[in-house]
Write a protein that binds this ligand. Structure first.
Ligand SMILES: [Zn+2]
Length: 368
């Protein structure tokens, strides 16, 4: 059976595992992949950030002391959503683009490359749980430095229609809470209105300016207040309100410093709590490995890809710094536009194309 067919079949097998985050843990899916990789000569280890929330590290040690090439992907998916699906989401839908096709493609490529990896500088596969809820699996694994091993470059197989993307913005999501004192709605002077405090915070956030120059590729950082809630009934002074703040950052912005600036702008009356905190990732296009990947992909895609960034964030926010800021590319067979959609699908031809891309990129990494 050729590699493309094997990768398509493995995609279908992975889709049959319900790994909806957070209700359906990844363990069975991770164990299935572990057995497959073990039979292909990989050494496997598990890492759980919570019970049954299982990530998998699979390695082939190389004979050479040069750094390994690493691949990563996540096996959790988002929920199905409220709208009905026109076909069974677990036989070829949810997770097909985002991103079980990507995981299947690099696993099949890695099994094919195992022998070559052993006689050169090895391979590391990081197959992760808990990405969709803020890279929980990746941040947990990033602290297990012996498990990570050493890698010199990272491919993130998130959906990109096989276009190589050189980075993405960071995400800094915060919950802002205000508190007040409740009173009867007919005597507001006896209370302290938490919604008024939240409204002042929203106005301050609308005026907030980032003091950074835009990144040539990623553009400007952004801020959006996405949610607001507060109050229990119309005839009481609300003593609690909450806003949800979604900030997208660019390289060079320290999230902790940004939080201090927000605290200064909003004052004491708003308690800020980070919900998602993942830094931006960007590899300069002049990097020699990035150049190699672009050259390889020019041959595979038929024209030279543009330097582009991903609109979403990835596990690279945790993994790239853990590996000491190694060059990182997002490249996977899924369709970006299909991620998180009802009736999610992926293009079958892209899966084989991704396997071919991963094989060629690895061979070039080892110079064979
Ligand atoms: Zn994803």
């Amino acid at each position: 059976m050729n590699l493309s067919t094997r990768a398509i079949e493995l995609t279908q097998e992975l889709l049959r595992f319900n790994t909806i985050n957070p209700t359906h843990p990844e363990r069975a899916c991770a164990e299935y992949l572990a057995r497959l990789l073990e039979s292909g000569g990989f050494a496997v280890e598990f890492d759980e950030f919570a019970p049954n929330r299982t990530s998998l590290v699979a390695k082939v040690e190389g004979a050479s002391a040069d750094p390994s090439l690493a691949f990563t992907g996540h096996i959790d998916t988002v929920p199905l959503g409220g709208a009905p699906w026109s076909r069974d989401p677990f036989s070829g839908g949810r997770g097909s683009s985002d991103m079980k096709s990507g995981v299947a493609a690099f696993v099949i490529a890695a099994l094919d490359l195992a022998k070559l990896a052993r006689s050169h500088s090895g391979l590391v596969l990081l197959i992760l749980a808990g990405e969709e809820s803020g890279c929980e699996g990746a941040f947990h694994l990033a602290r297990q430095t012996t498990m990570l091993g050493k890698a010199g470059a990272l491919i993130v197989a998130e959906p990109s229609s096989n276009r190589p993307l050189v980075g993405h913005k960071g995400a800094f999501w915060l919950r802002g809470r205000t508190t007040g004192v409740t009173a009867h709605g007919s005597m507001p002077e006896k209370g302290v209105n938490a919604i008024y405090a939240a409204a002042r915070a929203v106005s301050a956030l609308q005026q907030f300016r980032f003091d950074v120059a835009p990144d040539p590729l990623l553009g400007k950082p952004t801020l959006n207040v996405g949610t607001i809630s507060g109050g229990l009934n119309i005839n009481s002074v609300p003593d609690r309100a909450e806003i949800g703040i979604d900030i997208r950052t660019i390289p060079g912005q320290e999230h902790e410093a940004l939080r201090r600036r927000l605290r200064a702008a909003l004052g004491e009356e708003v308690a800020l709590e980070p919900i998602v905190d993942v830094p931006a990732v960007l590899t300069p296009t002049g990097n020699s490995w990035v150049e190699d990947v672009f050259e390889t992909m020019t041959g595979i895609l038929g024209s030279r890809p543009e330097a582009e960034a991903a609109p979403y964030f990835t596990d690279a926010s945790a993994l790239t710094p853990a590996y000491g800021g190694i060059p990182t590319i997002v490249l996977g067979p899924g369709e970006m536009a299909m991620a998180h959609q009802t009736d999610e699908y992926c293009e079958v031809d892209r899966i084989g194309q991704a396997v071919e891309a991963y094989v060629q990129i690895a061979r070039r990494w080892w110079k064979v």
